[in-house]
Design a protein around this ligand. Structure first.
Ligand SMILES: [Ca+2]
Ligand SMILES: [Ca+2]
Length: 404
């Protein structure tokens, strides 16, 4: 059964051209000073204490694809392993570490500290140990074996190395994060936004503040990507406030390049790399009253943002969004999770490709090429009565038996 009615009305929405504005830059000021992290605050980092392994199920549970050949000859999309979390545990963060594996942070029933688990690409536990409570999200800061970002202690931004060493932190709070290559060296910098504070701050890889914008309104999400011509990435700021909602595109210095007012409030966004050319911005937005969740694809061209694709997702309620090149063809797919347990996969043209339903809520998604085969995996966190983590990947269809 389809979770949502689908339209493939790519190319609709051009009426928003009229709303495209290019506004000037407001003065940038330096971001807040760096706060040194006491290593003790995050102890133990390495080595993590070994805990008993979690249940592990080696199987390949196949997704329902829109067409048999969608992933190429002999390949299909499915989940290759599942990690069961303790009953009553809440997932607090997921990260997919390229060529290393997966990090999972979760609470423990009746325990004070969270637990951080490091799994290898096959889902086997490599290390685990207690971790400070209030983890609010893990993410890999860019590509390669790069730093892991962690927000905890009232959303203060913390950055760790991928193997758990604390690197740096800010005094600023952060509720939304994005990585973007702001200096064009193909190594990403960090952007953090304070949500209702209207503030976006950029930091270099060592935590040095680069710039801050404090006039953005109620920020619902951030996205970095090659939205612009030139060596450096652009930054998309999504605002969903009571008075205004829309998308503002910033250049690598934080200067406004273009903005687009949106009648439906953008909840989340991500950059979708295409083969060559500039990236698309994918946003999920919900309208007021009877409006349904919508996927919109935006392109930056000639100083303006314009809608180039749109898909109505029905009554789904978004809980997570990621871009991932699942089939390794150089073009990102869009993966989204809903509160009703659906994981839905779309192409960068807004076409539905694949789906899978789990009982529970999709609490988090992480993407990265964890096994180094050139195709990105997506780590899916499912919350509810039986919380679990799944690894979703494209595989040759004949490799493993299908589990009913
Ligand atoms: Ca792809
Ligand atoms: Ca892979």
């Amino acid at each position: 059964m389809n979770p949502v009615p689908r339209l493939t009305a790519v190319g609709r929405g051009l009426s928003f051209w009229a709303a495209v504005l290019a506004v000037g830059c407001t003065a940038s000021r330096p971001a807040a000073p760096l706060l040194r992290v006491s290593p003790a605050a995050l102890r133990p980092a390495l080595p993590l204490a070994k805990l008993a392994p979690m249940p592990f199920i080696a199987a390949y549970e196949v997704f329902r694809d829109s067409a048999p050949a969608v992933w190429g000859h002999g390949m299909r999309l499915g989940a290759s392993w599942r990690l069961n979390l303790p009953e009553g545990a809440a997932l607090s963060g997921l990260a997919a570490v390229p060529r290393e594996g997966v990090l999972v942070a979760h609470s423990v029933p009746e325990g004070w500290n969270d637990v951080l688990r490091r799994l290898d690409p096959a889902g086997q536990e490599a290390a685990a140990g207690p971790f400070p409570r209030y983890v609010r999200g893990l993410d890999i800061l860019g590509t390669g074996r790069d730093a892991v970002l962690l927000a905890h202690e009232m959303y203060r931004v913390q950055v760790l190395s991928w193997d758990g060493r604390p690197l740096w932190a800010t005094e600023k709070t952060g509720a939304q994060f994005a990585a973007a290559d702001l200096d064009g060296d193909r190594r990403p910098e960090l952007l953090a936004a304070g949500g209702y504070t209207g503030e976006v701050a950029a930091y270099d890889r060592e935590g040095k503040p680069l710039w801050t914008r404090a006039d953005m309104g109620h920020i619902s999400d951030l996205a970095g990507g090659r939205f612009l011509l030139g060596p450096a990435d652009g930054v998309a700021v999504l605002t969903a406030g009571p008075r205004e909602s829309g998308v503002t595109l910033l250049d690598s210095k934080g200067k406004t390049l273009a903005s687009l007012a949106e009648p439906c409030a953008p909840l989340a966004g991500t950059g979708l790399d295409r083969k060559g050319g500039t990236a698309l911005l994918a946003i999920l937005c919900s309208g007021h009253g009877a409006e349904r969740l919508r996927l919109k694809l935006l392109e930056a061209a000639e100083g303006a943002l314009r809608v180039v694709g749109e898909n109505v997702l029905g009554w789904s309620e978004l809980s997570a969004l990621r871009a991932a090149d699942l089939d390794g063809d150089g073009a990102d797919e869009l993966v989204l999770g809903t509160t009703a347990g659906w994981v839905l996969v779309y192409s960068n043209r807004g076409e539905w490709l694949s789906e899978r339903h789990w009982f529970g809520r999709i609490t988090d998604l992480a993407a990265g090429d964890v096994d180094g085969d050139g195709r990105e995996e997506v780590v899916v966190g499912v919350g509810g009565h039986e919380p679990a983590v799944y690894l979703v990947q494209v595989e040759p269809g004949s490799v493993r038996p299908v589990v009913p």
